[in-house]
Design a protein around this ligand. Structure first.
Ligand SMILES: NC(=O)c1ccc[n+]([C@@H]2O[C@H](COP(=O)([O-])OP(=O)(O)OC[C@H]3O[C@@H](n4cnc5c(N)ncnc54)[C@H](O)[C@@H]3O)[C@@H](O)[C@H]2O)c1
Length: 233
C-alpha cells in the first residue's frame, strides 16, 4: 500500500497506544514518519523527538527542527478520573493543558508550514466522551469537547488549503484504558456499545490513514467517531 508515498508526517503520542498505531500505519502507507512523545519514542522510518506538547517553546523548537509536514496527527493526551467534588483544580488544569492547549500548540505550529505550502492534513484526537460525557471525567470530557471546537474553527480558518479533522475514538486497548487510570466501574462501561467490545489501536489508525489520504480529500471540520456505535451522529 503506497497511498501516502513521499508524504512527510509527524505524529505526537507516538511512543505507544493510538499514536504509535497511527505512526506505524502511516509508515506502512508510504509516509516518512517523525515520531514525537514526552517519553522517548522508538524510531520508525523518520526522526524522533522527545517533546512536551503543552510547552509552547518546546513545540516551536520541534517544528523548527522537523520542518514542514504534509500530515500531522496530535495523539498525545492524558486521562485522569476525578470526581468533580473531590478533585483539585490542578487535575482539571493539567488535562486542559495537555489535551486542549497541547492540541492548539501542535496545530498552530503545524499550520505555519501547511499554510505556507498551501496544503496539509491536520488530525486531532478527541474522544467519544466529548459527545457522551461521563461521570467522574469532567476535565477530560471538557478538554476533548474543546478539541472538537478547535477542529471546526481551524478547518474554516485554513480552508481550502489545509484539511483539519478530528477522530473521537471509543474505548481502545491501550495503557490509558487500564486499572491504573480508571476505576472498575468506569472500565465496566467501556464495552457497552453496539459492537460489545473495545477497539484495537489499529482500528483507530485506519481512520487516520483515511483522513490523511486521497479518500479524505472532501473532508474538513469533521469528527469521525470509531466507537463501536456508542456514538451515532
Ligand atoms: N485509549 C482509549 O480508550 C482512548 C479513547 C478515546 C480517546 N483517546 C485519546 O487517544 C489519544 C492516545 O491515547 P492512548 O490511548 O494511546 O493513550 P496512551 O497513554 O497509551 O498514550 C498516550 C501517549 O501520549 C504521550 N503523552 C502524554 N502526555 C504528553 C505530553 N504532555 N507531551 C507529549 N506526549 C505526551 C504519552 O507518553 C503516551 O505515549 C489520547 O489523546 C487519548 O485521550 C484514547
Amino acid at each position: 500500500m503506497s497511498a501516502l508515498r513521499g508524504k512527510r508526517a509527524l505524529v505526537t503520542g507516538a511512543a505507544r497506544g493510538i499514536g504509535r498505531a497511527c505512526a506505524v500505519a502511516l509508515a506502512e502507507a508510504g509516509a516518512k514518519v517523525t515520531c514525537v512523545d514526552i517519553a522517548p519514542p522508538e524510531p520508525l522510518n523518520g526522526a524522533v523527538f522527545t517533546t512536551e506538547i503543552s510547552d509552547p517553546q518546546a513545540v516551536t523548537t520541534l517544528f523548527d527542527k522537523a520542518g514542514p509536514q504534509d500530515i500531522v496527527i496530535n495523539a498525545a493526551g492524558i486521562l485522569i478520573e476525578a470526581p468533580t467534588l473531590e478533585a483539585d483544580l490542578d487535575t482539571f488544569d493539567l488535562q486542559i493543558a495537555v489535551n486542549l492547549r497541547g492540541s492548539f500548540l501542535v496545530a498552530r505550529a503545524a499550520l505555519i508550514g501547511m499554510a505556507a505550502q498551501k496544503h496539509g492534513r491536520l488530525i486531532l484526537i478527541a474522544s467519544e466522551l466529548a459527545h457522551l460525557g461521563r461521570a467522574g471525567f469532567a476535565g477530560y470530557c471538557a478538554s476533548k469537547a474543546g478539541v472538537i471546537g478547535l477542529t471546526r474553527a481551524l478547518a474554516r480558518e485554513f480552508a481550502p488549503d489545509v484539511l483539519v479533522n478530528a477522530i473521537a475514538p471509543g474505548p481502545t486497548d491501550t495503557a490509558m484504558l487500564s486499572a491504573q487510570t480508571m476505576s472498575p466501574e468506569a472500565l465496566a462501561l467501556e464495552t457497552q456499545n453496539p459492537l460489545g467490545r473495545i477497539a484495537r489501536p489499529e482500528e483507530i489508525a485506519a481512520a487516520a490513514v483515511f483522513l490523511s489520504g486521497p479518500g479524505g480529500s472532501f473532508m474538513t471540520g469533521q469528527t469521525i467517531c470509531p466507537s463501536g456505535g456508542a456514538v451515532m451522529l
